[in-house]
Design a protein. Structure first.
Lengths: 378, 106
């Protein structure tokens, strides 16, 4: 019988954190295999596929038994042998393994956000990591630290082996320019833009992204005065930032009311980058001033967003009454709701009314409804 | 006929959820009430994050209530059921229900 596939662990050189005793692992030999079919008189029959598998493991597959740190250990691609192989499935060219954050980079993210108190937005722009990923890194590092403090075991050898076998984005050395981990300013696909609309526009009329957003949300066209006040679609991002979030124009009535779709310039995660690029085109000589202005812009946006968040949090705290009965097992949180014509609507079935509704089927078992939690509750 | 403030059970099997409703006393539990003035979720929730750091943090139950409507209905003589009475006591809208068994025992 051909030898069994042995589970190899990561070599001991790669495990600085492990104790030397646990790192040296002898490959286990299994003498019991020979005796495993003692009740059967016939010789152990092998399927063709199984035979082929062992033949492959002894020839081509033998090269893949151990990985080289820093290189992927994927099946060789028959089409190109020279380049770094980033395709785990040789016949699927579209599947490319993306880089993950290196340990140093993720620790740097945590240091900047938590210890140096930099804003998520600023760190995202500096290191080229999406804001959502930054938030996730901070949460996970916090979790890791808590687990360390509680003395829970961590899967360090596993983490190290994975980091060796997939491409990673490393933290730049001093004086080096940080390579971006991913595009950070991706426009989220809004469901309103899914519709294919044929909207004829006269050639003489200027039709910008602002107008396109209005067409998508079935809002009437802008009046000329307001249209002329907008020099560039990114101006709207500034407007949204300055005003309250409720100040975005609404269209539709009652339950059908919705916000008018803003241009992409206002919906991207980092609208200030558009402003910076416009600045660069307008003043190609003033490099330093442009950067300074952008830093100010980020600081201002952070400040406004922070105060907005704090206000919302304070409002939430005020609207909830905490009752803590003595001797009981539970606390109670009373929230204010309103039962009125405005909340129940004309037919009494509006979703704004308190409580589960009558005469409206529960949609929870419909196909496509997400049942797992999709966000972290505070 | 008496108007009561009581709970109406919603939610699936093993996951109860109640509307706090104002209804005629003899109408069915699942019948359409006069008004829905709030909700009561009897499944306790754990405060996130805090729980690991402070093991004494108690789980909490969520209640939503339209206080002004509750006050109005109490004012015109609606009678809360026992569970709702407890909730309204915690909300500070009614006095605790007198425990009559005490008098008997004494």
């Amino acid at each position: 019988m051909p030898p069994r596939v042995q589970s190899r662990r990561v070599s001991s050189i790669l495990l600085p954190y492990l104790a030397p005793s646990s790192a040296s692992i002898q490959p286990s030999s299994c003498p019991s295999q020979i005796l495993s079919r003692q009740f059967s008189a016939t010789s152990a029959p092998q399927t063709k596929l199984r035979r082929e598998m062992f033949a492959w493991l002894n020839t081509e597959g033998a090269a893949l038994k151990d990985h080289v740190p820093g290189e992927t250990n994927y099946l060789p691609n028959p089409r190109n042998f020279n380049e770094t192989n980033l395709k785990p499935f040789p016949h699927n060219d579209n599947f490319i393994s993306e880089s993950i954050l290196s340990e140093e980079l993720r620790n740097e993210i945590y240091t900047r956000v938590v210890k140096k108190k930099r804003s998520v937005r600023a760190v995202s722009v500096e290191l080229g990591v999406e804001m959502k990923r930054i938030a996730a890194v901070v949460r996970l590092v916090e979790l890791e630290q808590r687990q360390r403090a509680q003395g829970k075991p961590l899967a360090l050898p596993y983490a190290r082996a994975v980091h060796e076998m997939v491409p990673t984005t490393r933290l730049a050395e001093k004086g080096e320019r940080q390579a971006w981990h991913e595009p950070i300013n991706d426009l989220p696909a809004h469901p309103a833009t899914g519709a294919q609309i044929f909207y004829p526009v006269p050639e003489s009329r200027s039709f910008t992204r602002v107008d396109a957003g209005r067409v998508f949300s079935a809002a009437p066209a802008l009046e000329n005065e307001r249209r002329e006040a907008i020099s560039h679609p990114s101006d709207l991002a500034e407007d949204v930032l300055n005003k309250k979030p409720g100040a975005i124009e609404m269209v539709g009535k009652g339950d059908n009311a919705r916000e008018v779709l803003l241009p992409a310039d206002a919906r991207i995660p980092h609208p200030h980058l558009v402003k910076m690029e416009l600045d660069r085109i307008a003043f190609p000589e003033e490099r330093r001033q442009i950067v300074e202005r952008n830093v100010k812009r980020i600081a201002r946006q952070d400040e406004i967003e922070k105060s907005r968040r704090e206000k919302a949090e304070a409002w939430r705290e005020r609207s909830i009454r905490h009752i803590e009965p003595e001797g009981g097992r539970f606390d109670f949180r009373f929230q204010n709701v309103e039962f009125s014509k405005q909340t129940t609507g004309a037919n009494g079935r509006s979703h704004k009314a308190p409580g589960r509704r009558y005469g409206v089927p529960n949609q929870s078992h419909k196909r496509g409804v997400t049942k797992i939690p999709t966000r972290v509750e505070a | 006929m008496v108007v009561r403030i009581r709970l109406a059970r919603f939610g699936n099997k093993h996951s109860p959820f109640y509307n706090i409703v104002v209804a005629q006393a003899r109408s069915a539990r699942g019948a359409k009430p006069l008004e829905v003035i709030g909700t009561y979720n009897p499944v306790p929730k754990r405060p996130t994050n805090l729980y690991d750091e402070n093991p004494n943090a108690r789980p909490y139950k969520e209640i939503a209530l339209d206080r002004s409507r509750a006050r109005y209905w109490l004012g015109v003589g609606a009678q809360p059921s026992d569970p709702v009475w407890k909730l309204l006591t915690m909300a500070g809208l009614v006095k605790p229900k007198p425990a009559t068994y005490l008098e008997k025992n004494v």
